[in-house]
Design a protein around this ligand. Structure first.
Ligand code: 5GP
Ligand code: MG
Length: 175
């Protein structure tokens, strides 16, 4: 697959991806039975993962989405993010954050902090992809789809410069 000037090859095919997503959802069904979890998807990248995981989640639950905005001006750190669009009351809720990929982990840890500050009873992470070699923070990630090497990936929600989100497989940059 080519996007702009870059070539990508299949890393995870549709079938493998769908099997894994279903198995994550089965675990969640077991772990969160009778807890009425609130799933929070992080846009834009997680939209396909969220849609597919929720097709197998069959327990009583709610789903909502947030977007992260970087503070463009006066940011001392590139990872200070503001949560946009979260109107739910989190007090005493069991929250499961649904993320496309965790790289350094800085994004997701700032999200976790914010969600805990809002009084959630528990906050866990389900990520489709994890790059363990890139991880810079100590994170307990409850649900991981695939651990991958530290290479750039696109597809199934993930973009390269805005393009390439609309595929059924996940692709890796070819050198
Ligand atoms: P972190 O804060 O964990 O370093 O960054 C996570 C975010 O960076 C992800 O939500 C995603 O938007 C972006 N990201 C990290 N690695 C990749 C990658 O290989 N491909 C794409 N498309 N985005 C990535
Ligand atoms: Mg993301």
């Amino acid at each position: 697959m080519k996007i702009k000037n870059k070539s990508f090859k299949v890393l995870i095919d549709e079938h493998t991806l769908q099997d894994k997503i279903a198995s994550l959802a089965h675990k969640i069904n077991k772990d969160y039975k009778d807890k009425r979890p609130l799933f929070i998807g992080i846009l834009n990248g997680s939209f396909m993962f969220v849609a597919d995981i929720m097709k197998t989640v069959n327990i009583e639950s709610e789903i909502s989405f947030i977007k992260l905005a970087s503070y463009t001006e006066m940011s001392s750190s590139g990872n200070v993010r503001e949560l946009i669009g979260l109107s739910e009351n989190l007090f005493n809720r069991h929250v499961v954050v649904l993320e496309d990929i965790i790289d350094s982990g800085l994004t997701i840890s700032s999200v976790l902090e914010e969600l805990k500050e809002r009084g959630a009873a528990s906050v866990e992470i389900a990520t489709m992809l994890l790059k363990p070699e890139a991880l810079k923070v100590d994170l307990a990630i409850k649900y991981v789809g695939f651990e991958i090497t530290n290479e750039f990936v696109v597809g199934f929600g993930l973009d390269y410069d805005g393009i390439g989100r609309n595929t059924r497989a996940i692709y890796q940059l070819k050198h």
